[in-house]
Design a protein around this ligand. Structure first.
Ligand code: ZN
Length: 130
């Protein structure tokens, strides 16, 4: 079932998009999912409230790494406001196959890392403007 989505996930896992580090990143954040052993680090370049570049490195299962690859594609070029609307459902739509509770944690780890990093810098920016 859902062979096409499984192929897409495997392809992202084997050939991840936006993989690597940004040497002069504005935001670097990483987190892990101890249940599965997944690790994700996100580097983001944020200019005028827009995520102009995003790259990730990590290790772990196909779901976590594919989710990171798909999400970085989705988020690059978006504003921090748009980023607020990217949620669990966005990730599920990208993954496209039903996930049990354990795999759901894998799929959501990259989003958790992105949001923690992005909202951190947003709060800093807002403080500076006041
Ligand atoms: Zn995992």
């Amino acid at each position: 079932m859902d062979d096409l989505y499984r192929e897409v996930i495997l392809d992202h896992y084997q050939h991840p998009h936006n993989h690597g580090v940004i040497p002069d990143a504005d935001v670097t954040y990483e987190d892990s999912n101890p249940l599965c052993g997944d690790k994700i680090r996100m580097d983001m370049k944020i200019e005028n409230g827009i995520v102009t570049d995003i790259k990730f490195t990590g290790k772990g299962c196909a779901i976590s790494q594919a989710s990171a690859s798909m999400l970085t594609d989705e988020i690059k070029g978006k504003s921090l406001d748009e980023l607020r609307h990217i949620d669990k459902q966005t990730v599920l739509d990208l993954i496209g196959i039903p996930l049990g509770p354990t795999r759901l944690k894998c799929a959501l780890l990259p989003l958790k890392v992105i949001k923690a990093g992005a909202y951190g810098i947003r709060e800093v920016d807002e403080e500076e403007e006041e």
